[in-house]
Write a protein of this length. Structure first.
Length: 85
């Protein structure tokens, strides 16, 4: 990925987050905001990469999230046991 694309992605991420926060502050339920954003994003991925490619990317993201959750749970266990000692 080029530096220009990385910068663009960072800007877009900031803008999408701002839009989501603004919608929630306006009273739109957060689950509706994020489900809709996910649906639009997934539809775009299917258009670009096809169903199989989009499914592969989605599976990789799910694996990443699962690993992050596992690491966070481990860190919480370690912190909890450290405070007990």
């Amino acid at each position: 990925m080029s530096a220009d694309n990385a910068t663009l992605k960072e800007k877009l991420l900031d803008q999408w987050q701002k839009i989501a926060v603004d919608l929630v502050r306006e009273g739109v339920p957060a689950e509706v905001v994020f489900e809709t954003m996910l649906t639009v994003g997934l539809a775009g991925q299917v258009e670009i990469y096809g169903k199989d490619g989009a499914a592969t990317k989605l599976a990789a993201i799910a694996q990443q999230l699962s690993e992050q959750a596992r690491q966070e749970a481990e860190a919480l266990r370690e912190a909890s046991s450290a405070t007990k000692n």
